[in-house]
Design a protein. Structure first.
Length: 313
């Protein structure tokens, strides 16, 4: 009788067991469509990355995922074909189709010069006044936001045409708040540009309040008023003050055209910088708009407590 030697094997390590378990789960998923556990599946769905799409997506769900990001909404992809490719896990061809029909998502870090150039006056990039002569004004403006209290600080800057207001704002944002701007926490808009842009309906809502404004009332609400600008400033102060009051006091401002314009401006900013459609109901009041703005930018730009120069609250 032939003698057989008994071989002993060392037990599998924890890592080897984990790898075997993962291989078995993936095999079951391939053969029987068993759902992957959370640690093996993608926690967030990226419309531009088909590998993050749920494997059981229907063609209607794929359409819902892509419809707001199409390059040409009148010429969409064949969603049923995308569904069939997803069933086959043919991600290479899905990615080719997605890149052909869908806009790329915005970068995870904004270009501050490009952002300022897009939303401010493009007629002059160089200020008529040298920047070094405005260091004191930049310092004063920067210190207004450094106070640790519950009050909102609104700075009203005015100077004659051609004295460098646009370049002053560009310098202030790109030197004193560059980190916040890169992470979507700074909104810069030119009312003159917005008034001529069909994509800025918020300015029209603000001007609704301005059409019937009383000059005598302006004098009571803002010192040394300068027409429309002073009126908008006084309204903005009231709206921002309500952002940190109780919901009951904010409700009285909900129907104000200025409040609606501010909410719409914030919503449009978040939608533009994140590339994600925003639910209008989450921007129905200044308080909701402010909280949603912070939450959406924190999620998209991955703002953490270690992110320098960006307030989380």
């Amino acid at each position: 009788m032939q003698n057989f030697k008994h071989k002993t094997y060392s037990p599998l390590s924890f890592l080897e067991k984990l790898l075997c378990l993962e291989w078995i789960i993936v095999l079951l998923h391939k053969m029987f469509r068993v759902a992957l556990p959370n640690f093996l599946s993608h926690s967030t769905v990226d419309y531009y990355s088909p590998r993050t799409w749920p494997r059981n997506c229907t063609s209607a769900e794929i359409k819902e995922l892509l419809k707001d990001h199409l390059i040409n909404p009148t010429s969409p992809p064949n969603y049923e074909s995308l569904k069939q490719l997803l069933d086959l896990e043919d991600f290479v061809n899905i990615e080719i189709l997605v890149q052909q029909y869908v806009n790329k998502p915005p970068p995870r870090e904004m270009s501050v010069p490009q952002y300022l150039h897009c939303h401010l006056s493009k007629s002059c990039d160089d200020a008529a006044m040298p920047l070094q002569q405005r260091t004191r004004q930049l310092d004063v403006l920067a210190n207004l936001g450094a106070t640790n209290n519950a009050c909102n600080n609104v700075a009203f800057c005015h100077s004659p045409r051609g004295s460098g207001k646009t370049q002053f704002v560009k310098c202030f944002v790109s030197t004193r708040h560059v980190a916040a701007a890169k992470h979507g926490r700074v909104i810069v808009r030119c009312c003159g540009n917005a008034a001529h842009s069909p994509q800025a309906p918020w300015i029209k809502k603000i001007m609704e309040d301005c059409k019937g404004c009383d000059p005598n009332k302006l004098r009571d609400e803002a010192p040394s008023p300068r027409g429309v600008t002073a009126f908008l400033l006084s309204c903005l102060v009231r709206v921002l003050t309500l952002c940190k009051r109780s919901p009951s006091s904010e409700k009285s401002m909900k129907a104000s055209p200025v409040a609606q314009g501010l909410c719409e401006m914030i919503r449009a900013h978040v939608e533009l910088e994140t590339g994600n459609p925003q639910d209008v109901s989450k921007y129905s009041t200044p308080q909701k708009a402010y909280e949603t703005w912070k939450r959406e930018t924190a999620r998209f730009f991955k703002i953490s407590p270690r992110t320098q120069g960006v307030e989380r609250d």
